[in-house]
Design a protein. Sequence first.
Lengths: 179, 506
Amino acid sequence: MADDPLPLLPHEEPLPPRIDLWIAAACLVFSVAVLVLSWQMPTYTEQGGQLYTAPGLVPSFYAVTIGLLGVWLAVRSIRAGALAPAGAPSEQRETGNSNQRFALAAGLGVLFVLGLIGRMPFWLAATIFVTLFVAVFDWRPGVAAKTRARQLATALLIGLGTGVLVSVVFERIFLVRLP
Amino acid sequence: MLGSLEEFGGALAHLLSGWGVLNVFWATLLGIIIGALPGLTATMGVALMTTLTFTMPHEQAILVLVCIYVGAIYGGSRSAILLNIPGTPASACSTLDGFPLARQGLAGRAMGISTSGSWLGTLFGILCVAALTPVLSEVALKFQSFEFFWIALFGIVICGTLAGGDPLKGYLAGFLGLFVATIGQEPYYNYQRFAFGSTDFAGGIGLLPALVGAFGIAEVLQSMRGPAVEPVSSRVESVIPRLEDVFRYWRTILRSGAIGTFIGILPGLGEDTAAWSSYAAARRASKEKEKYGKGSIEGLMAAETGESACVPGAIIPVLTLAVPGSAPAAVLMAAMLIHNLNPGPNLMLQTPEFFYQIVAMLLIADMSKLFYGLTLVRPLLWILLVPRERLMPIVFVLCVVGSYAITSRVFDIYVMLFFGFLGFILRELKFPMAPLILGLVLGDLLEKNMTRGLVLSGGSILPFFTRPVSAVLAAITIFSISWSIPGFHRWVVGLFRRRSASGAAT
């Protein structure tokens, strides 16, 4: 028991080989694209510059390395059975993760950055974003009207508090410009 | 010796004058809160505060960041003990014994062990910073481009190998980071690489917006995707550390301090590797192995001492080589560059007073951490109870402010958002983040030294392999990569066994 291996962290658990094969393919495409773009860069040798300082040299080195690592990943994933016919889906461990919550958070974040910032004063944009975020994630169906009103008021309070406090603290105390 | 002590005293007095004391108290408290809240990490905290403090005088800004760093690494243990969720990845190891102790009704004692271990670990690391930095700086002054090229590459490779998870994906993440660092104007002809006519891309990808995105936004998204967490109990007895625990495990404390500091010195590995390595070493040497994983005081002490000793350890290569020892140290190094502090081998020559200031900052942060460790219990429990739905949008707003603050470019907010999604996807695909960050930070160092080395040698790559230090670094780098190839270590072990068997036969 004492010499059992230490438990794996979430990022240490391996992925199915087929996903690794897709990652390898993406690495190879990326590598070729960077190599082509680097090859098209000027070398400045006609102006007396040395070839070793050519702008495309270092990115090419990285691209070749990424490509080789991609090949290594591809070979490893194929050996692990990436090309074998897909069997029955393996039993998924219950993680409690929710893609719906992720999509909602990501969507609200994008709305804040692309839709609100720059179109109104920052304090107002932050207030709207935080209020929406809290209200949406606190939303539960079938809640009494009084509770719902209290939840919305709390969301508004947190939103307004954040918007005003962030603006005052960073603009006045830290002397930071806000977007 | 006396002169050094005088310089150190002067640095302490200088840092604590004026607003210094106030800055120490709020920054350490903020660091502990950031560390304690699952989903917020030390790297994110330091990255965010770098952008928000850049108008401060440089010594006060770095003091704030050091306090955030030290506080956040310590704060992570609170949620590890009470929630079984590490507040920062560094505290993952503390959950193994911290949470079982809390379930046995010993949450207060576990926090006391965490406080004493963390305080002593950082203290051990500070002594190493004071003793090793001047020596290593002198050695580093003899390095040329060939050696610096290998140090940068070695950093990426060793970080990819040992950062946890798949080493191959670690290397890929590192080289992706190096590639991102090439976007924008290159150093010799100001040619705009991968800019596609955009003036924003020509300016390059801002390191801090990318870091705030890869850590802040990615962590917000991950936290919102994951399940909600509940504390094991809201009642905690005394958190005053017991001297008996410290004296009984003094060997573990010294061993973990040394391991933690050493891991810190190695490029990019950071506090989580330090905690796991210290824990594993303590378990191997322990007389009470059976208690590990079930609430071992020694195990918790080892993990906490190791991770906290790593913090000063990770700053040693920043000061001597301009190579960060951990992800938060990478951000700290970026902050030093922003404040024109020029970390690296010349720091001890050009601004020796800053070296004393860094030692003083670490000591101040450690003492302040001890103060909060002994007093801050109930308020931290309330903070842990704040629902993430209310906390994460505020963090998102701060990330936006932070990424915009330095250059006031809206483009930097887009960079932050892009790296937020990229960081999230890469984590889901099991890529470690530390090599990516190290690649971003070391890109400039690697490129300049690689090209300079080639120019000096007239295009020959021989000096990269034949100069003594280069040869050693090259050998370690190539061996580290080979070690990750399946079957290579079996082949090496088999080779040694065959040799020893044939030696025994003759």
